[in-house]
Design a protein around this ligand. Structure first.
Ligand code: PLP
Length: 307
C-alpha cells in the first residue's frame, strides 16, 4: 500500500525576537502549522495507515484534545469512519473541531478514565484503537520532525519540548538517536499540576499523579509511558516544571512575535526561553518544538490572562 504523507514538512524558523531575548539562536520547529494543528498528526497518520493496511475498518480515539482531532482528520482523508469518545469535561471548541472532521462524537463519563473505559469495552473487532501517546509507530512518526531539522543543516545544542504522556519526547529522542545527536540534551518541560514526568524522574520509577490541576490540558496524562522513562536513562534528558502563568505568558509572547496562537501545553516549552531557564544558559543554540494545539481560542487566551 502506498503510504502518503498526511502531515506537512514544517518550517524550522530562526526566531529573531526570541534569539534577541536569549542572546543566542533560537530555532522554532513550527508543528503548530500541521493541518490538524499539532505534531500529533505525524505519529497518528503513520499508526492509522498501518492499522488500515492490517484490515481496520474504523479508528477510535478517547482523546478530546489534539490526538482525537488528528485521528478524525486522518479518518476523513483516508475515507475511514472515526469514533471519538470524550468525557463531559471536553470543551465545546474541541467537540466542534472533532465533528467538523466528520467523526462521530460520543460524550461519555466524567473524566477521560470513563471515556477510555467505554472505548475499550465497545471496540468492534474491525476497529483500531489509536492511543494518544503510547505506541512505537506514533514515536516513529513523530521522529520525522528531527530529520527535517537535520535537512535544514541545523544541529542545536539543546532540544526543548513539552511532555504530556511522553509521546513527543519518545519520538524526538528516537529521531535524535537515529541522526547521531547522542550528545544533544532534551529539556523536557511540564507545568505545575501536570508534572507526571518530573515526578517519575524524582521517584526513579513510574508515578501516577493523583490529579491534573494545570490549565495545560494537553499535558494532562497522569502517568507517562514507560518508554519515556527508558529513554531518560539512555539519553540526556533534563526535566523542568514551570507555572501555568509562565506557560500562558509564553503563548502570548509567541502570538505577538510570530502571530501564532498555541495552547498552554505548547507555551510550557516556549517558557524555557521566555523565563530564561538555567538549563539553557550554556547552550550555544536552542531548538524549541512548537507543538501547537487547536483548542485555544483568542477569546480563551484573553480570559486566561485576566484570571
Ligand atoms: C499531545 C500534546 C502534548 C504532549 O505530548 P505527549 O506526546 O503526550 O507528551 C503537548 N502539547 C500539545 C499541543 C499536544 O497536543
Amino acid at each position: 500500500m502506498y503510504m502518503s504523507n498526511l502531515y506537512i514538512e514544517t518550517p524550522t524558523l530562526l526566531s529573531e525576537p526570541l534569539s534577541l531575548t536569549a542572546g543566542k539562536p533560537v530555532w522554532l520547529k513550527l508543528e503548530a502549522l500541521q493541518p490538524s494543528g499539532s505534531f500529533k498528526l505525524r505519529g497518528v497518520s503513520l499508526l492509522c495507515q498501518q492499522e488500515l493496511a492490517r484490515g481496520a475498518r474504523g479508528f477510535v480515539s478517547s482523546s478530546g484534545g489534539n490526538a482525537g482531532i488528528a485521528v478524525a482528520y486522518v479518518g476523513r482523508k483516508l475515507g475511514v469512519p472515526v469514533r471519538v469518545v470524550v468525557p463531559e469535561t471536553t470543551s465545546e471548541v474541541a467537540r466542534q473541531l472533532i465533528r467538523a472532521e466528520g467523526a462521530e462524537l460520543i460524550v461519555h463519563g466524567e473524566s477521560w478514565f470513563e471515556a477510555n473505559a467505554y472505548v475499550q469495552e465497545s471496540l468492534a473487532w474491525d476497529e483500531a484503537f489509536i492511543h494518544p501517546f503510547d505506541h512505537p509507530l506514533l514515536w516513529q512518526g513523530h521522529s520525522s520532525l528531527i530529520y527535517e531539522v537535520v535537512q535544514c543543516g541545523i544541529k542545536p545544542s539543546v532540544v526543548v519540548l513539552s511532555v504530556g504522556g511522553g509521546g513527543l519526547l519518545c519520538g524526538a529522542v528516537e529521531g535524535m538517536q537515529r541522526v547521531g545527536w547522542h550528545d544533544v540534551p532534551v529539556l523536557a518541560m511540564e507545568t505545575e499540576g501536570a508534572e507526571s514526568f518530573a515526578a517519575a524522574r524524582a521517584a526513579g520509577r513510574a508515578v501516577r499523579l493523583p490529579a491534573i490541576t494545570s490549565i495545560a490540558s494537553s499535558l494532562g496524562a497522569r502517568q507517562v509511558c514507560d518508554q519515556a522513562l527508558t529513554w531518560a536513562d539512555q539519553h540526556p534528558v533534563i526535566s523542568e516544571v514551570v507555572s501555568d502563568a509562565a506557560a500562558l505568558i509564553a503563548c502570548e509572547r509567541l502570538l505577538q512575535d510570530h502571530r501564532l496562537l498555541v495552547e498552554p501545553a505548547c507555551g510550557a516549552a516556549l517558557a524555557a526561553v521566555t523565563e530564561s531557564s538555567k538549563h539553557l544558559q550554556s547552550a550555544e543554540s536552542i531548538l524549541v518544538i512548537v507543538c501547537g494545539g487547536v483548542t485555544m481560542t483568542d477569546v480563551q487566551m484573553r480570559q486566561l490572562l485576566v484570571d
